[in-house]
Write a protein that binds this ligand. Structure first.
Ligand SMILES: NC(=O)c1ccc[n+]([C@@H]2O[C@H](COP(=O)([O-])OP(=O)(O)OC[C@H]3O[C@@H](n4cnc5c(N)ncnc54)[C@H](OP(=O)(O)O)[C@@H]3O)[C@@H](O)[C@H]2O)c1
Length: 260
């Protein structure tokens, strides 16, 4: 008679993670979850005052965390973020690219050039620069690693009133698949998560608007929007050895909306 395998919760003991956009919302939930699973975590966003309480809460819960203010669209900030993490924790094994922006909500053709540039600077180039810096570090150590890019269902389908934002998320999915292909042979896995509507400050314009929220919820089989913790478990899975054969995958977490 065969015995069932023992299924343990994913753990990240001995691993070091960087989570961008971790001062609130989905990034904060991911950072807390990775830390609770044993990773030392660098939480990053632009504002130190918002990050410090997140790092403090992780430490108070028995984890290890530092807060590093960094604008992920700026190369010098990205380099400093990775260097500071290595100085503090000795290495980087995991990157969660999550910091994104959407400065414009409206018909696609009416976006200004400045808004276009800002959206691509943070959401596409920022993700790329963080990934490049971490992959170079992993290659220097000849170490395996895991990168998780937080994309969006807006990168998989038409995204009315969020068109250029949706373009950046499609770019993130493309980047995920190419990096997974190019870096997989070196043991570096690259995956993406595509959330649907999640209750954060970022989505407040939709969640807080009865008509817009009802429009999304009506198309969602689970009949509600999601919470940040409902993304964090997937990020933990993808970062951990539980996902050791998962590479180049886009995990949709949207209550079934895009399945319909
Ligand atoms: N909420 C949703 O419905 C939803 C759906 C699909 C995908 N997503 C994606 O989920 C991710 C997280 O979004 P969220 O909903 O959790 O948003 P959020 O609560 O507004 O958090 C965004 C985080 O990103 C940081 N950030 C923004 N610009 C930055 C920059 N230039 N450099 C560094 N950090 C920056 C913010 O801190 P500072 O402003 O202090 O820098 C904050 O920590 C994003 O990639 C978003 O596109 C969200």
């Amino acid at each position: 008679m065969s015995t069932s395998p023992t299924l343990n919760s994913p753990h990240l003991t001995g691993k070091v993670a960087i989570v961008t956009g971790a001062s609130r919302g989905i990034g904060e939930a991911i950072a807390r979850t990775l830390a609770a699973a044993g990773a030392a975590v660098t939480v990053a966003s632009r504002k130190q005052d918002d990050l410090a309480p997140v790092a403090a809460a992780i430490s108070a819960a028995g984890g290890r965390a530092i807060a590093v203010a960094a604008h992920t669209g700026k190369a010098e900030d990205v380099q400093r973020l990775i260097a500071r993490t290595i100085a503090e924790f000795g290495q980087v094994d995991i990157l969660v690219n999550n910091a994104a922006t959407n400065p414009y909500f409206g018909p696609m053709l009416d976006i200004s050039d400045a808004q276009w540039d800002k959206t691509f600077e943070v959401n596409a180039k920022g993700y790329f620069m963080c990934a490049r810096e971490v992959i170079r570090h992993l290659d220097g150590r000849k170490a395996p690693g895991s990168i998780v890019n937080v994309a969006s269902v807006a990168g998989l389908r038409a995204a009315p009133f969020q068109g250029v934002y949706g373009m950046t998320k499609a770019a993130v999915i493309s980047m995920t698949q190419t990096l997974a292909t190019e870096c997989g042979p070196r043991g570096i896995r690259v995956n993406a998560i595509a959330p649907g509507l999640i209750e954060t400050r970022f989505a407040a314009a939709i969640v807080g608007n009865d008509s817009l929220r009802s429009h999304v919820v009506a198309r969602t089989p689970l009949g509600r929007h999601g919470q940040p913790d409902e993304i964090a478990g997937a990020a933990l899975y993808l970062c951990s050895d539980a996902a050791s054969y998962v590479n180049g995958h886009v995990m949709v977490i949207d209550g079934g909306m895009t399945a319909t």
